[in-house]
Ligand binder design. Structure first.
Ligand code: FAD
Length: 411
């Protein structure tokens, strides 16, 4: 019936990804943020709500039916790729593909969105349009990023005819796509393969412990330092206000250890709707670490040499993604690999919720990270030894030793 106010209900809390498309679409400013379990969730202020229904129209979860992402088929192109600049690769999480895509867009007067630390070490999406600012949005930060008003900003740039590249995790890209509501030729969507995002609150509690231990504020956090090698990137570097730099390798890093065992992720991550086995990825290009490259199918010698500085896996999901990737060919080298080789990569499917996840969450409220690790996600001896070997021998040497051992055992 015309004039009847629409019944407004946001999506179920357990499914809400926190993309905040609803909040950004609400012109009455009737959606506030509440924190549950350390994550931000939208909440309607019924006194202000005008029942226009815009929030429901843009919610990627409420509009899942009939939607189909771009990445489904195992026949899809799967590339191994790396930035031709060693310097960029060292400064990136895996092969530095994101930087090449971003540089292309910036060189054409475009705007790039990515996740950066603010002055309080809160991770927020922001827009950059100068190459000098690219560093701040490079690299994976393993915590949920606050998108703020960036969907609205991206839309304004698109309407003004600027090229926009938005990089985020799958649910943020699905949220942006749903928010924008139509195809823009000048919009490139790039997602990073995501095994799940831990809460800003658990990350803050980890930083609080470090700050207490060293009596100084943490001012920067590098989750993927490659001083030793790509896979040693799984050790964290923290910069303190007093100038000190701390390195926390996996065996001494409870936060990382919890992340790798998929603890403390947002509840929607455990049934992520934007994975290959569900709706699929909504991006034009998906980038990931090509962790197990060369394990099943030998790598050409020239590529083997690239290994230590990181190799990305790239899934080309649309024609637009293909054309973007081709435009960057002067900065990226790539070779085709098989899906079979890539498909064992963890982030392709929703994370599995550890049985004691909720218990561990409550335990952490009253105990420190070390005690929580001992109780719920202790490091196995095997992992400890592996990490020490990588750090002492270097990853390349370990691969050589492994190869020799395999040959000997086969004989
Ligand atoms: C939370 C998370 C989980 C991941 N899980 C996996 C996995 O299981 N398997 C796998 O192969 N790869 C995973 N990745 C992707 C991988 O770590 C690299 O980001 C990817 O290979 C791109 O590397 P790069 O060298 O091309 O670019 P980089 O320079 O590393 O760029 C990374 C891009 O991701 C953006 N970004 C960083 N942190 C966040 C965040 N928290 N939320 C949204 N956007 C962010 C940055 O702004 C930048 O645009 C994950 C990334 C994140 C952020």
């Amino acid at each position: 019936m015309a004039g009847t106010p629409k019944k407004i209900n946001l999506c179920e809390q357990s499914q809400c990804t926190g993309c905040m498309a609803c909040k950004q679409a609400c012109q009455s400013k009737a959606i506030a943020i509440k924190t549950i379990d350390g994550f931000a969730y939208p909440e309607i202020n019924r006194d202000v709500c005008k029942s226009c229904g815009k929030c429901m129209n843009v919610c990627p979860i409420l509009n899942l039916k009939g939607q189909r992402g771009n990445c489904h088929e195992d026949t899809q192109t799967c590339l191994a790729a790396w930035n031709k600049s060693d310097d960029v690769r060292i400064k990136s999480s895996s092969g530095g593909v994101f930087s090449a895509l971003a540089e292309y867009v910036l060189s054409r007067g475009g705007v790039v969105f990515g996740a950066a630390w603010d002055s309080n070490m809160v991770l927020r999406h922001k827009a950059i349009d100068r190459i000098e600012d690219l560093e701040s949005i490079r690299k994976s930060k393993y915590v949920q990023s606050d998108v703020g008003e960036t969907f609205n900003q991206a839309l304004q740039y698109l309407k003004a005819g600027r090229i926009v590249l938005y990089c985020g995790v799958h649910c943020q890209i699905a949220g942006l796509k749903s928010f924008i509501g139509r195809d823009y030729e000048n919009l490139y969507l790039v997602d990073v393969l995501c095994q799940g995002v831990p809460s800003p609150a658990t990350f803050r509690s980890y930083l609080d412990e470090i700050e207490k231990e060293y009596s100084s504020k943490v001012v920067d956090c590098d989750f993927r330092n490659k001083d030793k090698a790509w896979k040693c990137g799984l050790s964290m570097y923290l910069a303190l206000k007093n100038g000190a730099k701390i390195r926390r390798i996996l065996s001494r890093n409870e936060y990382y250890n919890a992340f790798y065992q998929e603890f403390f992720c947002r509840s929607s991550c455990y049934s992520c709707n934007f994975k290959k086995n569900k709706q699929g990825f909504f991006s034009d290009v998906t980038i990931a670490d090509f962790w197990r490259i060369g394990n099943k199918i030998p790598l050409p010698k020239t590529v083997e040499q690239k290994y230590a500085k990181g190799i990305s896996a790239v899934l080309i999901n649309t024609e637009k993604g293909k054309s973007l990737f081709e435009q960057c060919s002067c900065k990226i080298e790539s070779i085709e690999r098989t899906w079979n080789e890539f498909s064992t990569n963890g982030g392709l499917y929703p994370s599995s919720k550890p049985i004691h996840n909720d218990e561990a969450k409550h335990y952490l409220e009253n105990h420190n990270w070390h005690e929580t690790q001992q109780q719920f996600f202790p490091l196995t001896q095997r992992k400890k030894i592996r990490n020490i070997l990588i750090l002492t021998l270097g990853e390349k040497n370990i691969r050589i030793v492994k190869k020799i051992l395999r040959r000997i055992l086969r004989k």
